[in-house]
Design a protein around this ligand. Structure first.
Ligand code: URA
Length: 193
């Protein structure tokens, strides 16, 4: 079956399971050598039905400029394809919440199948959540593996993973920016071979 049909079938199953939630599916070039995997969509992503279009997306675009990669050339997705939200008890507003192990467990098989269908050369993970979901290792931490190439078995095939910090973490922790730029240089060299 063509990739598009396989993906549509996979996404259809996701929508059946989580249809009461605000869902944002993967987006981009399904034949790309690079798949970028984030955590979960936020408010802006839900509004535009596209991953990484809010504040974290702006940072991501800057980093892709550094790599000389265009957004439309790669495939961008999230581990959790629906918004994780809660009510802020102080303001009564709906805000994003962090993914729990149960959230990741509930969806990680979809991510593994998604990666196998797209079958890229590199999987670039952003932050801890995709790293934990794809490896199944909840003890793994971005702080110790960022900027390195990892071999990760996804279903029946080994892929090259390149973990980066989540672009949102640079917004909250400016001191990570230098590290991030260094990691991006390494990724750029890896991609250019
Ligand atoms: N937007 C996304 O789509 N994913 C993230 O992980 C963060 C922001």
């Amino acid at each position: 079956m063509p990739k598009r049909e396989l993906l549509n079938e996979l996404y259809g199953r996701y929508i059946n399971e989580f249809g009461d939630k605000e869902i944002v599916l993967g987006d981009g070039n399904i034949d790309s050598e690079i798949v970028l995997v984030g955590e979960a969509p936020g408010k802006d992503e839900v509004k535009l039905s596209k991953p990484f279009v809010g504040a974290a997306g702006k940072n991501l675009s800057q980093f892709m400029d550094i790599l000389g990669i265009k957004r439309e050339d790669i495939y961008i997705t999230n581990v959790i394809k629906h918004r994780l939200s809660k009510i802020n008890p102080n303001t009564g507003r709906i805000i994003n919440r962090a993914a729990t192990k149960a959230d990741i467990d509930a969806v990680k098989d979809y991510l593994l199948q998604e990666i196998r269908i797209i079958d890229p050369v590199y999987v670039v993970t952003l932050g801890n959540v995709p790293l934990k979901a794809a490896t199944g290792d909840y003890g793994i931490s971005i702080g110790t593996v960022h900027g390195q190439t990892l071999e990760v078995e996804v279903l029946d095939k080994v892929y090259k993973f390149f973990p980066l910090y989540h672009p949102a973490s640079i917004i909250y922790n400016r001191s990570l920016k230098e590290i991030y730029l260094d990691d991006l240089k390494k990724l750029s060299q890896l991609i250019k071979g």
